[in-house]
Design a protein around this ligand. Structure first.
Ligand code: AMP
Ligand code: AHG
Ligand code: MN
Ligand code: MN
Length: 354
């Protein structure tokens, strides 16, 4: 067969790479009785992400930096890119017709569509806003739930207030040196890298496994003075300066001190932790009594992905995916990472360690 010598080496061979579209199609063929709505919904999400990506890549030039002057339900200054990303996701998802309920970090209330949409879409359209103007990695995070009886009952907020274990798809996009889309629909975690020259995502890492133990911790130590003694003790242990190494940790042979990495964009910190192992934590503290991160569209999607990749996700005492939401924008402490590292964290929280 003739060599594809005419294709520049930096381009994936057109016949060699599996595209996101093909991957999702395979998933549909493997799903008994699938009507194609789910597949279409995922393709619409991919379209929205590629539109957001194109603006993220030109934000500095397209004067999208800076603030809109508004503040959102979280009380945070809304940056132009947050507003743009939110508008794109909302517009594309509404046009898909597949979602009965749509909720966003940037919208005070959930949108209840006048349709029989089978799905609920929850998203953080632009994660890591504080890093937009410093050219640091930012992202988009989403989760998809299936409504219980879309044909009979009208879309309702209750369709969104479901525990994360009911998620049917979750993913994030990291707009970093390359644009990487990490997705799970319940059959493992797979990453896709965007080829910007043709606007197509190609499978870059199938079946991602979070290493069972890492050597890096990721937490904002600027909050140290506000943490509980248990969290302070856990971090001191990770830094290798805890006098009293808990018996379980010693027996398990943890090698401290761990390295420290903290980007301040959940998507970037989570992606590094998923790929290399270790632990990320945004605990509760004296200022953020329930933690800072939002359960429905930050913690749950990340927890779903980490568990699908063999990792763990807890709020300190219970599994994130078992938390029953009471409010759309409720916050939760979030600890995700390698299963051994998350287990060690939990032991500190339940007092099995001094
Ligand atoms: P649908 O009839 O297209 O709404 O799909 C029904 C269910 O089948 C979805 O909620 C998924 O759980 C599963 N499913 C359908 N298509 C896919 C796909 N492309 N990848 C993975 N799961 C799928
Ligand atoms: P968002 O930009 O969507 O509001 O999310 C920001 C979050 C999350 O991305 C990150 O992990 C966390 O804020 C960082 O908070 P601190 O700056 O308080 O560490
Ligand atoms: Mn966020
Ligand atoms: Mn956000």
């Amino acid at each position: 067969m003739a060599e594809h010598s005419s294709i520049p080496s930096f381009l994936p061979p057109p016949v060699g790479g599996t595209t996101l579209r093909e991957h999702v199609l395979h998933g549909m063929h493997a799903a008994p009785g699938a009507t194609g709505e789910f597949t279409s919904l995922l393709n619409h999400i991919s379209l929205a992400i590629r539109i957001i990506n194109s603006r993220v890549r030109s934000a500095g030039l397209a004067d999208l930096l800076g603030y809109t002057g508004e503040t959102n339900v979280q009380g945070e200054a809304v940056q132009k890119l947050d507003a743009f990303s939110n508008d794109v996701l909302l517009n594309v998802l509404q046009r898909s017709g597949h979602c009965g309920v749509i909720a966003s970090e940037e919208l005070d209330e959930a949108i209840l569509e006048n349709n029989h949409g089978k799905y609920v879409a929850l998203f953080d359209p632009l994660d890591g806003s504080s890093n937009i103007d410093t050219n640091v990695g930012i992202g988009t995070i989403f989760a998809v739930l299936r409504r219980s009886d879309p044909k009979l009952s009208p879309p309702a907020l209750a369709d969104a207030l479901r525990p994360g274990r009911e998620i049917v798809a979750a993913g994030y996009v990291l707009y970093g040196p390359s644009t990487v889309f990490v997705l799970s629909t319940g059959q493992g975690v797979h990453s896709f890298t965007l080829d910007p020259s043709i606007g197509e995502f190609f499978l870059s890492q199938p079946d991602i496994q979070c290493p069972p133990r890492g050597s890096c911790y990721s937490v904002n130590e600027g909050n140290y003075s506000r943490w509980t003694p248990e969290i302070q003790s856990w971090v001191r242990w990770l830094k290798g300066d805890a006098k009293d190494v808990p018996p379980a940790a010693e027996a398990a042979g943890f090698k401290t001190p761990y390295g420290a990495r903290y980007v301040g964009s959940l998507v970037a910190d989570a992606h590094r932790t998923l790929m290399k192992g270790g632990i990320f934590a945004y605990p509760a503290d004296a200022k953020s009594k329930n933690g800072k991160l939002r359960l429905l569209y930050e913690a749950n999607p990340m927890a779903y992905l980490f568990e699908q990749a063999g990792g763990g996700a807890t709020n300190g005492t219970e599994r994130i995916l078992d938390i029953m939401p009471a409010e759309l924008h409720q916050r939760t402490p979030l600890v995700i990472g390698s299963k051994d590292d998350v287990a060690a964290f939990r032991q500190f929280m339940v007092g099995e360690r001094r």
